[in-house]
Design a binder for this molecule. Structure first.
Ligand code: MN
Length: 320
């Protein structure tokens, strides 16, 4: 049962015909459109992470890990309206991560984080927490005390970004990126906030281990926009609200369009006002072996992670 999805609507049951999958040449022959390879959505109805995060997992590393690299997991929390809460803030208590980064983007509501490297704070609408778990971190995520008291609409994304083998055991770190740090780039038909990478020559504030673009994009109703996306990058557009049409296919709220790595652009049409998250990343061509919050390159490293966590070494690793 969909207990938390509000304003949810599904794509038209009548799909427009799919265009053949070949590269569409543009007037400028050097510009090649990426093609739509898949539309990803939650498998089932979602789940609660702790008691604070009603999440739909739009993809995870158990699936097409190679095709999605360097991205490992995409959780879309909400939209959900929380009632005022007089008790302890809802959320998820201490848990470990190793081998990757967690990127939390808040659209509505407020989240307070704390981790064993000393990173943390409260992030609200428009803010981003970029946490590098790397060699090991202990993490807590709760609604902020303020949001917990007042309640209200809640919506966020948590993305897991893989690290190359050589960086998996580096020191944990934390980037607090506030709304004010994120450049805002208006364009014909919408505007983009550049969290990471570069959009129309404007660079985002996040430091990344491998080349990544992350743009929070708002599109006006009934506009068509062509994004330049790097050749060779895993290229995703997550629809967070509204509906878009790409190469004759519809994608709605909580669906992710995965494009071909080949090609240098993607054209999308917003049927109504839409919010999309554009993600591209250079693939990391290494094995992905994961177990819950640990994502490494081999079974041996996973066993080591479990052993290190059980013997309390995560806390120490983060403080070295
Ligand atoms: Mn966490």
């Amino acid at each position: 049962m969909n207990i938390w999805y509000e304003n949810i609507f599904h794509c038209n049951t009548i799909k427009k015909p799919r265009r053949p999958s070949f590269f569409k040449c543009c007037p400028d022959e050097s510009i090649m459109s990426k093609i739509v390879e898949a539309i990803l959505h939650a498998n089932g109805d979602g789940h609660w992470v702790g008691d604070g995060f009603p999440v739909r997992t739009l993809f995870g590393y158990q699936g097409d890990a190679r095709l999605l690299s360097p991205f490992l997991l995409f959780d879309y929390a909400g939209p959900h309206t929380f009632a005022p809460n007089s008790g302890a803030p809802r959320g998820v208590g201490q848990h470990p991560h190793r081998g990757f980064e967690t990127v939390t983007i808040v659209y509505d509501g407020e989240v307070s984080h704390e981790d064993s490297s000393g990173g943390g704070g409260t992030i609200g609408a428009g803010d981003v927490q970029w946490m590098t778990a790397a060699g090991g971190i202990l993490h807590e995520e709760f609604h902020s005390p303020g949001f917990s008291k007042t309640g209200g609409p809640f919506r966020m994304v948590q993305l897991w970004v893989n690290l190359p083998a050589k960086d998996k055991m580096t020191l944990a770190k934390y980037q607090a990126i506030t709304n004010d740090d994120i450049p805002f780039v208006p364009f014909n038909g919408g505007r983009a906030r550049v969290i990471a990478g570069k959009f129309q020559g404007v660079e985002g504030p996040a430091t990344t281990f491998t080349p990544i673009n992350m743009w929070d994009v708002r599109l006006d109703a009934d506009t068509t926009v062509t994004f330049s996306l790097p050749e060779g990058h895993t290229s995703l557009i997550a629809v967070l609200s509204g509906r878009v049409t790409i190469a004759g296919q519809d994608a709605c709220e909580a669906e992710i369009v995965r494009f071909s790595r080949e090609g240098t652009s993607a054209t999308i049409h917003a049927d109504g006002d839409a919010v999309v998250l554009v993600l591209t990343g250079k693939p990391i061509d290494e094995p992905v072996v994961g177990y819950g919050p640990f994502v490494m390159n081999s079974e041996t490293e996973i066993r080591q992670a479990i052993e290190d966590f059980n013997s309390g070494r995560f806390n120490q690793a983060a403080k070295q």
